[in-house]
Design a protein around this ligand. Structure first.
Ligand code: NZQ
Ligand code: ZN
Length: 381
């Protein structure tokens, strides 16, 4: 096990009706709150009314229109408004995009630098405090300090680190209005987050392995049940908590991490506009196929403990573990091949070029360069 420091200060407020607790979670000393929203789903499912009711008597400024894959161009407008109004607390109401965008707004309100410069700096610590009301289980952004920001004019999408939300309110009932495709993409994203932190070097920590495998088995068990019964409170509660636990630091203590599938997926979104979770479903099987030797022992462990694969030769068991993974995404109704989403050679060449230009050597072994990214993508055709 590697040395590590664990820190996660986000207070989770979980369950039915918990949006009503908002007023108590935001300190009384706050003078003006900026509430940030996406494109309007919260107006249709009653979340907006619940938030406004809970904030009665507080000084509130609203900012609407943070789009999926939040664009720096939109967030600059929010920072200008927040500075003009003297906002000293932010409340993000939405999915990962609204939360990530609000993290950058929180940094921008404390800085005179352009927002894209802040993203490029990779880490910002001086931020206005923020809380969240999560409406889409997927990213874990509600309980981590990461954010992924897009720059529309240059088709770029990059991650950076900043502050954790002070609190996050998770009411599974708010997920009942999610379209089936967003649920599928959220389940895929959750699954791949766990894999990015688990499918690396074997025998680093029994505890991290067991926790990750428990989360993977949970997601695999609930996915078809959620598809059949998307308004089932207990299923959605398990989904929401799996997504949060999948990327809040709890399963990555003392172990190596991969993130190659995500880094390639971000480029596919930036270049082709495909939803985050959907890119991962296409890339992960390719990552596993290309890196099957390096990840072989862990693939065997995964096959046995997560999918119950015990028979056959080493190579057969590894093949089946990868097939099961691809099958899981297909059962969610997602494409697992680039051709199905019309992603072609132009995108592959640009991703290879960008990885080389940035000098990337990614993954737990630091060996995924532009050339290896190309191999992975060619394996996903
Ligand atoms: O914008 P509105 O109208 O609210 O609609 C959204 C949006 O169109 C809709 N939606 C959200 N909650 C809903 C709902 N519709 C009906 N009912 C609800 N309860 O869903 C659409 C997608 O929302 P979005 O926030 O984009 O989805 P998601 O939560 O998957 O976030 C994706 C973004 O997060 C980043 C991704 O790269 C992407 O930009 N990620 C952030 C991470 C982090 N901060 O740690 C890690 C992840 O790997 C990921 O990269
Ligand atoms: Zn993700």
């Amino acid at each position: 096990m590697k040395n590590f420091t664990f820190y996660n200060p986000t207070r989770l407020v979980f369950g039915k009706g918990s949006i009503a607790r908002l007023g108590r979670e935001i300190p009384a000393s706050v003078s003006r709150i900026m509430v940030t929203f996406g494109g309007g789903s919260v107006r249709r499912n009653g979340v907006y009314e619940q938030v406004i009711e809970a904030l009665k008597g507080r000084d509130v400024v609203e900012f609407w229109g943070i789009e999926p894959n939040p664009a720096v161009e939109t967030l600059r407008k929010a920072v200008a408004l927040g500075k003009e109004k003297g906002v000293d607390f932010l409340l993000a109401v939405g999915g990962g995009s609204v939360i990530d965008g609000t993290k950058l707004i929180a940094a921008g309100l404390k800085s005179e630098r352009d927002l894209w410069d802040l993203v490029l700096s990779r880490r910002v610590t001086d931020t206005v405090p923020m809380g969240t009301v999560l409406t889409l289980p997927a990213t874990g952004s509600e309980m981590n300090n990461g954010a992924v920001i897009s720059r529309t004019e240059t088709h770029e999408k990059l991650d950076f680190h900043c502050s954790y939300p002070v609190f996050s309110i998770l009411d599974p009932e708010v997920t009942f209005s999610l379209p089936a495709r967003q649920v599928a993409c959220g389940l895929a994203d959750t699954f791949v987050h766990i894999m990015e932190q688990y499918m690396t070097t074997p025998r680093q920590s029994r505890i991290m392995d067991e926790w990750a495998e428990g989360l993977l088995r949970t997601v695999i068990e609930i996915a078809p049940k959620i598809q059949a019964d998307p308004k089932n409170y207990d299923l959605m509660a398990d989904f929401m908590l799996s997504a949060t636990m999948g990327l809040n630091g709890f399963i990555t203590m003392g172990v190596t991490e991969d993130w190659v599938t995500h880094m390639i997926g971000h480029e596919i979104t930036a270049l082709n506009g495909i939803t985050h979770g959907a890119t991962l479903a296409m890339v992960l099987p390719g990552t596993l196929r290309v890196l099957r030797e390096q990840k072989g022992d862990k693939l065997l462990q995964y096959g046995e403990r997560v999918w119950g694969i015990r028979d056959g030769s080493r190579e057969e068991r590894i093949d089946r573990a990868i097939e099961k993974t691809e099958g899981f995404f297909r059962a969610l109704g997602l494409s697992t091949r680039l051709g199905e989403e019309h992603v072609g050679e132009e995108t592959i060449a640009e991703i290879e070029r960008r990885f080389n230009e940035r000098g990337y050597a990614l993954g737990e072994a630091g060996n995924v360069t532009g050339a290896v990214a190309r191999k992975i993508l060619e394996c996903c055709k």
